[in-house]
Ligand binder design. Structure first.
Ligand SMILES: [Zn+2]
Length: 373
C-alpha cells in the first residue's frame, strides 16, 4: 500500500517495501560512460524511473530493475534487493564471484565478523579480497602467491584465513572458528576491547613455519594515529601513545629485538592498523617458533593523487623499516593489486576467471585497476 506523508512543505510518496529480483553483479562493461546518479541508473540501456530507498535517515535513488541503491555524493552503488534479512543476504552475495554458498553459510551468518553490512558495496575491500584470494586457493597457487608477497620462497602449501577464520572449501563442515593463535593474541592484547578486536583481513599460515597477516586496501588508505582522540568505553586506542602503551609497554613481551619504540615515538607518521598487524603477526609467530610477515596490499590506481588526511595514501615502507630492527625489515612488504594481476594472474589459464573479474572490477563507477594488456 502506498501511503502519503506530510514531509516539511512537500508531499512525498512512501514506497511499499522496496524489492528487486535482480541477482546479477555488474562490472566495467555494464556501466554507462557517465551517469547522474540522482536521476539515472548507471547500467547501460537502463531507462527505468528511479524510486527511493531510505538509508541512514535519508532517501537515496534506487533502481528496482537492477537492484541498486545509488550514492550520488560518493558516486558509487550498493547491491540492494530489499529490507528483509534474506534480501539483504542475496544482495551482498551479488558482490562475490567465487564460492557464494560458502560466503552465505560461513560469513553472512557469522556474528563475529565485523562490518558484514558493507559486503554489498561496490567499493568493499572485503569482497575484493575474497574474490582475489579464493581463486588462488582453488587453483592451488597459494605458494606462488606467498612467494610473490614476501619475496622469499615458501614451498609448503599455506592455509588461507579470511577475517580470522580458515577458508576450507573441501571440509567446511569441520569449521574451526577463529584461528587459535589469533584468539590468544586478542586475549593477550585486547581482552577488554569490544569494538573491534584486531582482525587481519587476510592471513596465510604455514603451520609452524609462517604467519602472514595482510592488510588489504582498495579505495581507502592506511589509517594514521588520531592524536587527541578520546576513546569510548571498550574501544581500542587510536592515538600513538595509547597504541604504544597497550601493544608494547603494558603488555610485556619481548618486542625490543623486533621494534624500536623510540623510533616510533619520533616518527611523523604512525600507521596504527599496520602496526597492530605487525605486533599480532610477530607475537603469534613467536608462539610457534615460525617466521612472520606483514603485507600491505593496496591499489596504485585508487591511491593515485589522493592526499593524506586521516589516512595515508603513500607507501609506508620507509616509516615501518625505520622502526623495525634491521634483522626484521624484510618482514614487511608493500604490494599492489595491479602488480599482483600483472605478475601472477594475467595470462595464467588457471586464473582466467579471476583475470576477467579484475579487468571488469569498478570502484566509484570507473575501472578500478589500470592493468597491463
Ligand atoms: Zn537500472
Amino acid at each position: 500500500m502506498i501511503e502519503m506523508e506530510k514531509n516539511s512543505d512537500r508531499m512525498r510518496v512512501l514506497m511499499p517495501n522496496v524489492r528487486s529480483e535482480c541477482l546479477e553483479s555488474f562490472g566495467k562493461n555494464d556501466l554507462k560512460a557517465e551517469t547522474d546518479l540522482t536521476r539515472n541508473c548507471p547500467i547501460k540501456g537502463c531507462t527505468s524511473k528511479l524510486s527511493k530507498v531510505s538509508y541512514r535517515k535519508k532517501d537515496l535513488p534506487y533502481c528496482g530493475v537492477h537492484g541498486l541503491r545509488l550514492h550520488a555524493k560518493s558516486s558509487t552503488f550498493v547491491y540492494y534487493n530489499g529490507d528483509d534479512k534474506e534480501s539483504s543476504k542475496l544482495a551482498r552475495l551479488r558482490n562475490f564471484q567465487f564460492h557464494k554458498d560458502y560466503i552465505k553459510q560461513y560469513v553472512l551468518n557469522n556474528p563475529t565478523k565485523a562490518e558484514t553490512h558493507r559486503l554489498g558495496h561496490e567499493n568493499s575491500e572485503d569482497a575484493l579480497s575474497w574474490n582475489v584470494f579464493v581463486p588462488f586457493l582453488d587453483a592451488e597457487l597459494l605458494p606462488q602467491l606467498v612467494t610473490w608477497l614476501t619475496g622469499k620462497e615458501f614451498t609448503d602449501p599455506p592455509e588461507l584465513y579470511m577475517w580470522g577464520e580458515q577458508v576450507d572449501l573441501n571440509n567446511s563442515a569441520s569449521i574451526k572458528g577463529v584461528y587459535k593463535p589469533l584468539e590468544e593474541a586478542r586475549n593477550h592484547f585486547e581482552e577488554d576491547i569490544e569494538r573491534f578486536k584486531t582482525e587481519p583481513d587476510i592471513m596465510l599460515i604455514i603451520p609452524n613455519k609462517l604467519v602472514m597477516c595482510i592488510e588489504a586496501k582498495f579505495t581507502s588508505g592506511n589509517p594514521l594515529a588520531k592524536e587527541g582522540y578520546k576513546k569510548k568505553e571498550g574501544e581500542k586506542p587510536y592515538d600513538k601513545t595509547g597504541v604504544i602503551n597497550r601493544y608494547l609497554i603494558e603488555n610485556k613481551w619481548q618486542f625490543s629485538k623486533v621494534i624500536d619504540v623510540e623510533k616510533i615515538k619520533a616518527s611523523e607518521k604512525f600507521h596504527t592498523q599496520i602496526f597492530r598487524n605487525i605486533v599480532f603477526a610477530c607475537w603469534m609467530a613467536e608462539k610457534m617458533n615460525a617466521n612472520w610477515r606483514v603485507v600491505n596490499l593496496v591499489s596504485s590506481t585508487q591511491w593515485e593523487g589522493k592526499e593524506v588526511n586521516k589516512y595515508d595514501f603513500s607507501d609506508p615502507t620507509p616509516v615501518i623499516h625505520d622502526y623495525l630492527n634491521e634483522d626484521y625489515s624484510n618482514c614487511f612488504t608493500f604490494r599492489t593489486w595491479e602488480d599482483l594481476y600483472n605478475d601472477l594472474v594475467n595470462k595464467n589459464s588457471s586464473l582466467e576467471k579471476l583475470g576477467n573479474f579484475m579487468r571488469q572490477k569498478t570502484a566509484n563507477l570507473k575501472p578500478a585497476f589500470e592493468l597491463n594488456a
